[in-house]
Design a protein. Structure first.
Length: 144
C-alpha cells in the first residue's frame, strides 16, 4: 500500500475516534452516555447491573475522553505510518481492557466496540511499501 492510502486510513480512524469519544470529554454528558448504554443493554436483554457514575469516575472518563480527542487531533494534523502503528497498539490495549471489563461484569456491548476497534487496528497494521514508509517518516518529524 502507498503511504497516501495509508494516511487516509489514519485520518478515518481519527475521525471515528472524535465522533465516538468527544462526548466523553464533557462531564455533563457522561451520565447520559452511561444511561444510553444501560438502555441498549437492557433492550438486548443482557441485564447488566449499571451504577450511576460518581464524580471521580466521571473525571476518569473525562480524562480518557480528553486524551483520545487530543490523540485524534494529532493524527488528523500529522497522519503517518508511525502514528498509525502506535494507534493500532493503542486500540489493541483498549480491546484487552474491554475484554477484562466484560469478564468482570461490564456490559457485553463493549465487545461490539471491540470488533470495530480490532477492524481499525487491522487496517492500521496493513503493510506499507518500505520506500514510501521511509519518506513518510522523514516528512512527519515533529518540529517545534
Amino acid at each position: 500500500m502507498r503511504v497516501s492510502a495509508y494516511r487516509k486510513i489514519v485520518i478515518g480512524c481519527a475521525v471515528y475516534d472524535l465522533v465516538a469519544t468527544t462526548a466523553l470529554a464533557v462531564p455533563i454528558l457522561v451520565p447520559m452516555i452511561v444511561s444510553l448504554f444501560e438502555s441498549l443493554d437492557h433492550a438486548l436483554r443482557f441485564d447488566t447491573n449499571f451504577i450511576s457514575p460518581d464524580p471521580t469516575t466521571i473525571f476518569l472518563i473525562n480524562l480518557a475522553g480528553c486524551s483520545v480527542v487530543i490523540w485524534a487531533l494529532v493524527r488528523l494534523r500529522m497522519p503517518s505510518v508511525r502514528l498509525g502503528r502506535f494507534d493500532a497498539l493503542y486500540r489493541g490495549m483498549i480491546v484487552l481492557c474491554q475484554i477484562w471489563a466484560v469478564l468482570h461484569g461490564a456490559t457485553p456491548l463493549l465487545l461490539g466496540v471491540s470488533v470495530v476497534l480490532l477492524g481499525m487496528a487491522a487496517l492500521e497494521l496493513l503493510p506499507v511499501s518500505e520506500a514510501t514508509e521511509i519518506a513518510d517518516a522523514r516528512s512527519t518529524r515533529i518540529s517545534a
